[in-house]
Design a protein around this ligand. Structure first.
Ligand code: F6P
Length: 375
């Protein structure tokens, strides 16, 4: 069996704190312990298509453990549907050519759900791939943790802590909009840790009247302020049903036209959802008589130095990836399993989102401490 000598690395999808720690973990183990060489590709899969490289020697890996973002850059471009000169093209062949031209023996793709799907496609095109799980949304299947979630949780929790005192002083409702379109892990965890009075997540569709009733109950008890932690993707029950129906139509589409129509319906529903938190704040103001304000936490949650928990996670997953490559275990994601790591076949990860189950322990804990979940 030929030894693995040259590894490519890329980061794809939304950035998150801990990506550089992961690059460093892979690189230090691969170069220092397994005698391999590392080449970085810039801006996700686009860099691979365009063969834009960065040599990742030991010097380049020093001093990046605590640095936010990714030294490689990132993008959401997909190899099989890439905008090129005004057209959307399948660039898989170009990726294979870059891989061969650079004499790569393996490629590490660090990313979230989209990246895992793209990586599986490339594995099927013949590339030797290992992936690492990264997303502040924590919504990847088959892993206990994803790189970036712990840091984003600290940031969102601190924001909710700070909103408490100003909401209290002004007797207001303050909505903290937390990232998470398809999964509510971050809003739920930050809401619980920050003691939000209401937590709204995509997995539990809400009724505005239930939220207003919970806030009015607090007012009657003499507490005339409330903090609402709301995930970007939280929806009212009727909207959630329309969204689910469109998703089901897309999944069941038998022809390209049907798929395109379902995609367009979903895009229209997404567009209508924009500004939902602001509209919800206005309706709660009307229904409760309390002034309402909105803080959209946005990209602050993805920026800055990774927490100790994320540095540790990224380092253990990154170094484990180098071991798997040495052992030529390809077509897998390095999953976190308690204190250990485990290779999971990409087929089991790709296309499967880990959402909050309604009977998850965090949901139960939220209900026990009297948090309204809007249902
Ligand atoms: O990283 C995941 C995520 O943070 C989602 O929660 C969020 O909705 C999305 O990325 C926004 O990403 P962008 O605007 O960078 O595409």
């Amino acid at each position: 069996m030929a030894a693995t000598r040259r590894i490519g690395i890329l980061t794809a999808g939304g950035d998150s704190p801990g990506l550089n720690a992961a690059i460093r973990g892979i690189g230090k183990a691969a170069i220092g312990h397994h005698g391999m060489e590392i080449v970085g590709f810039r801006d996700g899969f686009r860099g691979l298509v365009e063969d834009r490289r960065m040599r990742l020697g030991s010097n380049r890996l020093a001093g990046i453990l605590t640095v936010g973002g990714t030294i490689l850059g990132t993008s959401r471009d997909k190899p099989h549907r890439m905008p090129v000169d005004g057209e959307v093209l399948d660039m898989t062949e170009a990726v294979v050519r870059t891989y061969e031209r650079n004499g790569l023996d393996a490629l590490v793709c660090i990313g979230g759900g989209g990246t895992q799907r793209n990586a599986l496609r490339l594995a099927r095109a013949g590339l030797d791939i290992v992936t690492l799980p990264k997303t502040i949304d924590n919504d990847l299947a088959c892993t206990d943790a994803t790189i970036g979630f712990a840091t984003a949780l600290e940031i969102a929790t601190e924001a909710i802590d700070r909103l408490h005192s100003t909401a209290h002083s002004h007797h207001r409702i303050i909505m903290a909009e937390v990232m998470g379109h398809g999964a509510g892990w971050l809003a739920l965890a930050a809401g619980l840790a920050g003691g939000a009075d209401v937590i709204l997540i995509p997995e539990i569709p809400y009724e505005v009247e239930s939220v207003a009733a919970a806030i009015r109950r607090r007012s009657r008890r003499g507490t005339n302020f409330s903090i609402v932690a709301v995930a970007e993707g939280a929806r009212e029950r009727a909207d959630a049903e329309a969204y689910r129906a469109a998703e089901a139509r897309r999944a069941a589409a038998a022809t390209a036209e049907e798929k395109e129509r379902a995609r367009a319906d979903l895009a229209a529903l997404e567009a209508a959802h924009l500004g939902n938190t602001l509209r919800l704040a206005r309706r709660l103001e009307e229904l409760t008589g309390l002034e309402s304000r909105v803080s959209i936490l946005g990209y602050v949650q993805r920026g800055g130095t990774p927490s100790a928990v994320d540095r540790l996670l990224a380092t253990r997953l990154g170094t484990a990836a180098a071991d798997l490559i040495r052992d030529r275990r390809f077509g897998v994601m390095v999953a976190a399993r308690a204190d250990a790591t485990e290779p999971v076949p990409l087929e089991q990860v790709a296309g499967k989102r880990k959402t909050v189950s309604p009977d998850h322990a965090w949901v139960a804990a939220a209900r026990y401490v009297g948090t309204c979940l809007g249902d």
